[in-house]
Design a binder for this molecule. Sequence first.
Ligand code: ATP
Length: 345
Amino acid sequence: MTATTTARDLTTAQDATVHGIHGSTSGTAAPRETVIRVEGLERRYGRGRDSHLAVAGIDLEIRRGELFALLGTNGAGKTSTLEVLEGLARPTGGTVSVFGLDPYRDRRHVRPRQGLMLQTGGFPTDLTTAEALRMWTSTLSAPRPVSEVLAQVDLADRAWTRISALSGGEVRRLDLACAIAGEPELLFLDEPTTGLDPESRARAWELIRALKENGTTIVLTTHYLDEAETLADELAIMHRGRIVRRGTVEEVVAGHPATIRATLPIDAPADVPALPAIHGSSTRDRKGRLEITTDRLEDDLLALLSWSREQGVELSGLDARAASLESVFLEIAGSGLEPGETPAA
Ligand SMILES: Nc1ncnc2c1ncn2[C@@H]1O[C@H](COP(=O)(O)OP(=O)(O)OP(=O)(O)O)[C@@H](O)[C@H]1O
């Protein structure tokens, strides 16, 4: 019996109530099995007065086949959280279960089922790409062929290049190759596309999507909000150790206002007629820059354009955008929220 089957048996036995239904990731209505469950997770660095609470009591539930994105401001506690989920660190409070097991204590059973792409890989740079991957796969219980994995991350033509001669983006792809070489059920991707050019990034997204379609459960951290918008089924935004928003992208941006920006002529600001009645609120500065914040983007945009035509006022640099993850994120980052507070929707 392999370590993997042993771990699965343990999962079924220990987590029968959580796991109700196993298997299918296809679009059936049945609820999917919980792969990661986190309750009241705390992680504190140091002791006593100088200690720092980096993760201040968070709850998470990540289901099989889901791509979950953990986002947050710098120092929000994402890596501190991820390290606990990955079984690399012990929590100082709360409980974490991965496949129904404690990822730290039962690491021997959990590790063969997960792939990790950390922020830095750390291979000796005089190894070639293929040597490094072969070295890594020799530690796995059921690795895929090195050539196949290198082709999957577009590194086949760099197989015999030393790591010292690879570009930053190519090293990142080697890190990804290591993470997926064992065909993990659960994949942690810590900022997987940092340093990749736009084309490589798009290919990495394709690969991540394909892994997800194959049923891999993926936990992703990223500073690229478009990456989360494109890939994530569910996401959570952390700020100062707490989760301040969570849900699908649509749920997270729901209720967040849209923005319309335009510049009015500056040569004769006094002549500009009063703005039309709008649903949202507007500000206008001395340079004629107008910003409307509104829950009714279409109505207010139409009102502004009709007004501009009727009054003969030229609008330059017109920009109208619905609420996005970026606008939610910027509000959180700039809010000065204290732990425990939730930003107003
Ligand atoms: N080993 C450590 N000892 C003490 N404090 C730490 C340690 N590691 C992290 N911290 C602190 O814990 C907080 C959370 O750090 P963490 O690295 O988890 O944040 P993050 O969300 O991953 O940030 P980033 O996006 O900048 O990588 C920060 O205030 C950081 O300074």
